[in-house]
Design a protein around this ligand. Structure first.
Ligand SMILES: NC(=O)c1ccc[n+]([C@@H]2O[C@H](COP(=O)([O-])OP(=O)(O)OC[C@H]3O[C@@H](n4cnc5c(N)ncnc54)[C@H](O)[C@@H]3O)[C@@H](O)[C@H]2O)c1
Length: 309
């Protein structure tokens, strides 16, 4: 099994590190356009193998896609991240060209790969990857809701004083600060609705803090976060390579599900050896449906920008 991560920056390197530590594949290729960066980070990670006890062979490549040949899964993290005060949407002009070019190069050498898109604005980059490659829809997965759901669990755990891993909670819709929808009504603490333990004000605060989770970190760090995004990227790779069929919120092509079509948006899906396999219908109430439709409208407006580039 071979996996490639494109972009050896903060998110790409962290994704690769998580993949190697969990020994998810025999071969792992890190590719970047910046001379020597991927080779250097690959060597640095390989020098943790003896300490951490993994056998994955990690190699780096400066824009030589022949080294990625035969990859089963490719994670795209290449592009610019946002700076404090920027929205994810402001990255579209630069990142669209990068993502499109990377997809073309990847498919020359790995025509059967499942592609995970992380570059922002992720919903639009996923749509672009789907449109420009013409691949079957199940092989294009956008990573955003997986991270946002983990951030939602973190916020809930802070208020409940519990372990984040005892919580079930999902964020659906777009991956933007104003387009994501943390579904607090459906969140549970070991099967008991969390709403039982939280005041209305607390619930509102948790939802609001989740929505600006990325922006809060960008303000603190000076660039966008990487530990949780990298862990989320690797969790999707794991579910694919081990055919786990775990349920994650991922950005996938909708053809009528959740009342939307011709768009890629975050919904609960199972992830297995074929990519995303099944969309689950969570029976949103009227208010949630209306938020979902608004989110779709905003993402569609962003997708329209692609036509002007
Ligand atoms: N979807 C999510 O949940 C999520 C979370 C965090 C970050 N992101 C996004 O992921 C992207 C990467 O973030 P980061 O913090 O790792 O940025 P970064 O600047 O640390 O790394 C990006 C890397 O991409 C490389 N790159 C640029 N153009 C390339 C090309 N054509 N081919 C190969 N490599 C290329 C750069 O040289 C750089 O090393 C950003 O767009 C960011 O907004 C998404």
């Amino acid at each position: 099994m071979k996996v490639t991560v494109v972009g050896a920056g903060a998110v790409g390197a962290t994704t690769a590190d998580n993949i190697a530590r969990a020994a998810l594949c025999q071969e792992l290729v890190l590719l970047d356009i910046k001379e020597g960066l991927a080779e250097g980070k690959a060597q640095d990670m390989m020098q943790t193998a003896a300490l951490l006890g993994f056998d994955t062979r990690i190699t780096g490549s400066t824009n030589d896609y022949s080294k990625t040949a035969g990859s089963s899964v490719v994670v795209i993290t290449s592009g610019i991240p946002r700076k404090p005060g920027m929205t994810r949407e402001e990255l579209i002009g630069t990142n669209a060209g990068i993502v499109k070019g990377v997809c073309e190069n990847i498919l020359k050498y790995s025509p059967d790969a499942i592609i995970i898109v992380i570059s922002n604005p992720m919903d639009t980059m996923t749509y672009l990857a789907l449109q420009s490659t013409g691949l079957p829809k199940n092989r294009i997965i956008g990573m955003g809701g997986t991270l946002d759901s983990s951030r939602f669990k973190y916020q809930l755990s802070q208020h409940l004083g519990c372990s984040p891993s005892d919580l079930n909670a999902v964020v659906v819709g777009g991956h933007g600060d104003t387009t994501m929808i943390p579904l607090i009504r459906l969140a549970t603490w070991n099967s008991v609705p969390v709403t039982k333990f939280l005041s209305e004000d607390q619930q509102k605060q948790i939802v609001a803090d989740t929505m600006v989770g990325g922006a809060t970190l960008t303000k603190l760090i000076g660039t966008s976060a990487w530990y949780a995004p990298g862990a989320a990227g690797a969790a999707l790779v794991e579910s694919i390579v081990r055919d786990e069929k775990k349920l994650f919120t991922c950005c996938v092509s909708l053809e009528g599900e959740y009342g939307q079509k011709d768009i890629c948006l975050g919904v609960p899906v199972t992830i297995g050896k074929n990519g995303w396999e099944k969309i689950l219908d969570f029976d949103l109430n009227e208010e949630e449906k209306s938020l979902f439709n608004k989110s779709a409208e905003a993402v569609r407006t962003m997708n329209d920008v692609l036509k002007t580039l």
